[in-house]
Design a protein around this ligand. Structure first.
Ligand code: BDR
Ligand code: CA
Length: 327
């Protein structure tokens, strides 16, 4: 069973990622070792209470849930309630949880989980990289300890951003943190090429994971559970948001798609690159700049996901995620 740690900022699509990973944990496919919450889509208090509530609804065993970074490492936290709702759960009313939050902070949980499973733990990041950046400061050996790192972040190959013309939201919130992650793996791989290269899943791929009202209806009817009801209420807000920005009454669900990619590395088409994040550009702050031609003469510190090798593509992946959640 692959040990997995999720670092998230729930967030509507993060909630689907939690539901999917808990489902895979319950079937024994993975060992979900914990959930770290980072301030992102909403403030830290909300991401923690939302993660606890979604885990309760998903009927998870007592997993450690830990509060990570309360905001970006170098700039104020800018909230976007129009995207995920004022409390990060769209129209879903999440009841308060009785689950105890782990006393360790998120950076400590990253380090402890990695040390408990040296060379095996797969870290999945579906929010800003702020907590991971703190964890790297706590233990600079983290890149050598992890079995893999999969990040929902950035946008590549000229695909437009969703926050500025060139930046993706998770990276844009905390570009310094994302760049520290890039540098940490660059340094680690320069001295030890056996260190696994993180997989960066950007908008160029994740915007193809589109959730429709029909899919919500299917989930609601097939599962007939409080979890499915809350998920569909949350997703309705996400449809309205996407509709309000002219993208249609549907939702891009980046995070569960990336969680699936993390569990199915054989299905990912990816290319090596050296990635750094622009932290000072007037028009380009938050841009993920990928060197695929070796201009910088630096080692590859990333693999950029470009496609999914599955008949039916991202739609088929979302089908699988739905089936996992209801079974
Ligand atoms: C990312 O931004 C967040 O709003 C989503 O949860 C996802 O992680 C997409 O840019
Ligand atoms: Ca997210």
């Amino acid at each position: 069973r692959t040990p997995v740690l999720l670092d998230c900022d729930p967030g509507i699509d993060d909630a689907l990622a939690i539901a999917y990973l808990v489902a895979e944990h319950r079937t024994g496919r993975i060992d979900l070792t914990g959930v770290v919450c980072t301030a992102g889509n909403v403030g830290l208090e909300e991401t923690v209470s939302n993660a606890c509530a979604w885990l309760d609804l998903a009927g998870s065993p007592e997993l450690p849930v830990s509060a990570g970074a309360p905001g970006p490492i170098a700039v104020p936290h800018v909230l976007t309630p129009e995207t995920h709702g004022p409390r990060g759960a769209g129209h879903a009313d999440l009841t308060t949880t009785t689950r105890a939050v782990d006393p360790r902070d998120g950076a400590r949980l990253w380090v402890d989980a990695a040390r408990a499973h040296p060379g095996e733990l797969v870290g999945i990041v579906t929010g800003p990289s702020s907590t991971l950046a703190h964890a790297l400061a706590l233990d600079p050996a983290l890149p050598r300890l992890l079995g893999g790192l999969v990040v929902m972040g950035g946008t590549f190959h000229g695909h437009p951003g969703n926050t500025t013309p060139v930046s993706e939201w998770n990276v844009d919130v905390d570009p310094e943190a994302a760049d520290r992650v890039c540098r940490a793996w660059e340094d680690a791989r320069a001295t030890d090429p056996a260190v696994p290269t993180p997989l960066w899943c950007g908008l160029n791929l994740t915007e193809r994971a589109v959730w429709t009202p029909e899919r919500s209806e299917w989930l609601f009817e097939a599962a007939d559970s409080p979890l499915a009801r809350r998920l569909t209420e949350a997703l309705r807000f996400y449809f309205e948001f996407h509709g309000s920005v002219g993208e249609g009454f549907l939702a891009q669900v980046h995070d569960p798609f990336v969680a699936w990619l993390a569990l199915h590395p054989e299905a990912v088409v990816a290319a090596p690159a050296n990635v750094r994040v622009e932290c000072s550009g007037v028009h380009t702050r938050g841009m993920t700049v990928a060197d695929v031609r070796g201009h910088r003469r630096r080692v590859d510190n990333a693999r950029i996901a470009t496609d999914v090798r599955v008949p039916g593509g991202p739609d088929a992946v979302l089908d699988e995620i739905c089936v996992a959640i209801v079974s």
